[in-house]
Design a protein around this ligand. Sequence first.
Ligand code: FAD
Ligand code: NAD
Ligand code: NAD
Length: 517
Amino acid sequence: EVVEEAAEEEETAAAAAAVPVAAKHEKDYYPYILIGAGTASFAAMEAIREKDPSAAILIIGNEEIGPYMRPPLSKEMWFNKDEETTKNLSFKDWQGKERNIVLHGKETIQSIDQEALEKIESAESGVKLLTGATVEDLNIAEQSLTLNNGKVLKYGKVLLATGGVPKTLPVLKGAGEGKVTTFRSVEDFKKLHSLVESANKKIVIVGGGFLGSELAVAVSHYGKEKNVKVTQIFPEDGNMGLVFPRYLSKWTTSQVEQEGVNVKPNSRVASTKAVGEQVELTLENGEKVLADHVVVAVGIEANVELAKKAGLELDEQRGGVIVNAELQARRNVYCAGDMTSFHDVTLGRRRVEHYDNAILGGRVAGQNMASDKLHKPYKHQSMFWSDLGPHIGYEAVGILDSKLSTVSIWTKKPTVAAADAAAAEEVTKEESAAADKKDEGKRERATATPLPAEAVKVEDKEKYNKGLVLYLKDKKIVGLLMWNNFGKVEDARKILGQVYDTEKVEALVKPFGIHEE
Ligand code: FAD
Ligand code: NAD
Ligand code: NAD
């Protein structure tokens, strides 16, 4: 009986705490607070305003400027023709249009500092952006949060969009103060850019994923005239080795090399030490590489520090905060962007670290925050894209993991495509290793049944002009990579989640116009 009583008491206390503590117009109360002034918060802000144009929204960010696009920082910004454009944080997009990385105009967002925030008596309609402030605590029962200066704010609905924190490697610690940096923010861009402006610099990039590969190409291009040398070191077989099938990753490496990058695949840093003003990196094979500066691009960790302290449920496997398909972690608490492990109703639980996911997820979170009745699931499949030098541009949807079996269709020679070697091993156990090759004059097709390893060999000079790679899991198509083939994302979305059938592949890939010039 005693136990029962205690339980009842606890329940009553919890129920009382769940009642919103603040009323409209109360000082330091905001109906919507968005934590993290990044891409996802920006998209959520726009979505809230569409549903509730007079909403009072407070965005809190700990960078010096408000929401901006990170993608150009490792691509377009290094291809600017004049320094003025770069200084203004502008870039030329792929259509030749000059744009700025900052996502908002002054008319939408009013920037304020902590002093100005203190003076606000009652939240008015409109968007306020508090920069240079960190949210240190979130009290879900009280619907309040605490800033780094101790200030407490109350919210009606809150979005956590704290993004990711770049990882680093302990082995790089010996390099000396300031010689090894990560790359995420506009500040990081400015520092690296000014470093590369002086001639004869040796830059080492550690990491062969999205960031390491894009940055290697971009910095090498920018530094060409200044005799800047870029070396890229990573453990995989080729650039983007965790994403592209093996043959394509290897070919991509040959293209990155053509951009002047000294690529060292199958390599790990074993130790580092300062040698005068430089850093000496010793690789596991004993080779030594000298650098004026090292950029480490070995992935990010979802930034869940705040969420963890607040007692939100974390995804131990993928990282990130666990939310449902409506991007809700708890009542009145939503998450979007890089730090979110969400339930994708087509592909299962996922965490995605791409721009469009932050935009689309941020939108859905914002829509749900602005309407208690909407309950909208995040179903729209986000896309991502990249380019690596003049011959490689791609768009993709779904899960791209080089461990999966793949089926590739290419326009021109070399026309042989294959599953990744690891996947090949896995599948060969059940299926015959004989490839289902079908010569149709213009091309050959590989199917989910992998080709023998020798068939994967690709000659460096040959090009993959235009193609499509399907990623398969449990016989279902879970990812599509459109290679030098833009504007097909909608078609790809339709195919995602479908069962792969060798017999029907012709019809399946028809919309992608692989054979059209
Ligand atoms: P972010 O944009 O990282 O925003 C989170 C913000 O929250 C940060 O400003 C952070 O400082 C702030 N913050 C964190 N904690 C707190 C706190 N407690 N209080 C206050 N503020 C806090 N994706 C693509 O799809 N295509 C690309 O080409 C591409 N290129 C990229 C290039 C670079 C150089 C980088 C770094 C990333 C790139 N990405 C790309 C990834 C893409 O930028 C991210 O997926 C996207 O920015 C995620 O948005 P977000 O809002 O979740 O997080
Ligand atoms: P990533 O996850 O794409 O790549 C991680 C890389 O780290 C691996 O490919 C591997 O080469 C490397 N690595 C891991 N352990 C290593 C070790 N011990 N030594 C050397 N290398 C090691 O992450 P990233 O490339 O750092 O990118 C950072 C973030 O920015 C990611 O969220 C990414 O999605 C995002 N981003 C996306 C794009 C795009 O979509 N086009 C472009 C740039 C950045
Ligand atoms: P935008 O700002 O108009 O956004 C268009 C869409 O792409 C949005 O949904 C946005 O969220 C998303 N997006 C923008 N940049 C992204 C990135 N780096 N990674 C993932 N998603 C991104 O963008 P924009 O600059 O006008 O154009 C981006 C689009 O253009 C992408 O679809 C890209 O693939 C395409 N593109 C086409 C060519 C080509 O030759 N046809 C070349 C490069 C890029």
